[in-house]
Structure formats: C-alpha cells, structure tokens
Design a protein around this ligand. Structure first.
Ligand SMILES: CC(=O)Nc1ccn([C@@H]2O[C@H](CO)[C@@H](O)[C@H]2O)c(=O)n1
Length: 105
C-alpha cells in the first residue's frame, strides 16, 4: 500500500509552511509515496495536522551522496543536514529524497 500521511518534527513546521523546505529525506520504511498524490502532514509530537503536500518525486540516495543541493532544499547547511539525518537514522546509509510542493497551509 502507498502512504497518504507523513509526520514531521514540529521544529520544521515553519520552514515547510513558508516554502523554504521542499524535500525530506527518509529511510526505506517511508519510501512508498507516489508522485502526484496528496499527502496529509502532521506533527510527530502530537499528531496535529498542519498542511497538505503534493508528492513530486521519490529518489533513492545514499548518505554519502547528500550534497549542498539537498541541504539548500532543506534550508540547512550540509553539515546540519548530515547531523540531523545521523540523529534520526543512526548508521542508515540507504535513504530516499522525497520532493514535495506545499498545497494548503
Ligand atoms: C517524524 C519522523 O518520524 N521522522 C522524521 C524524519 C525526518 N524529518 C526531517 O526530514 C529531513 C531529512 O531527514 C530533515 O529535515 C528531518 O528532520 C522529520 O521531520 N521527521
């Protein structure tokens, strides 16, 4: 089955709603998003809904392939992005870049 909802840490909500953060990087448990489908977005902490996104693309990537290009789309430096991913997914090297467009905020 494909995924129709996604959770984000509250600390990223403002960046998502302002359009500064246009990708998320997830592990294989969250790779089953389908391009051109709408996904409901809620906070990880309390499950509070805060927007809808349109999935544009899902592409596999390894941790070592992450670049300034991805960091810019996360509104972070590459060092910050790698630290965040290492914190959320310690030791995971096979990841997925999910590109999305904000629909309702
Ligand atoms: C709530 C939960 O289960 N998982 C995640 C996993 C990732 N992310 C964010 O995606 C980007 C790359 O990983 C970074 O901006 C992360 O902080 C998130 O907000 N929540």
């Amino acid at each position: 089955m494909f995924l129709t909802g996604i959770l984000f840490f509250e600390r990223f909500e403002i960046d998502i709603l302002s359009g500064k953060k246009t990708i998320t990087i997830r592990d294989e448990t969250e790779k089953n998003f389908i391009p051109n489908t709408i996904v409901q977005v809620s906070t990880y902490e309390t499950g509070r809904w805060f927007c809808e996104i349109l999935i544009k693309d899902v592409q596999p990537i390894t941790y070592d392939e992450l670049s300034e290009f991805h960091a810019k789309q996360e509104n972070m430096t590459l060092e910050e992005l790698k630290a965040v991913i290492e914190e959320i997914y310690p030791g995971v090297r096979d990841l997925y870049v999910i590109t999305y467009e904000l629909l309702v905020g």
